[in-house]
Design a protein around this ligand. Structure first.
Ligand SMILES: [Zn+2]
Length: 61
């Protein structure tokens, strides 16, 4: 299922409708973030952290 979110700049509200339920004005389309990509970066960041920790340990010796 594909969900398209809209946001009304005027009312500052989010809706899945084509028009703002409050003022009936135009809406900006909001694309949901891709969590899979963020998770990939998170794993990469965690790996970097572990490696930098090891480097610190090594430097102390
Ligand atoms: Zn509105």
């Amino acid at each position: 299922m594909k969900m398209k979110m809209h946001k009304c700049k005027k009312c500052n509200i989010y809706t899945i409708q084509d028009k703002c339920p409050k003022c009936g004005g135009n809406l900006n389309v909001i694309y949901p973030p891709k969590y899979s990509i963020e998770d990939k970066y998170g794993k990469y960041r965690r790996k970097l952290k572990e490696e930098s920790k090891m480097e610190v340990k090594h430097a102390k010796k």
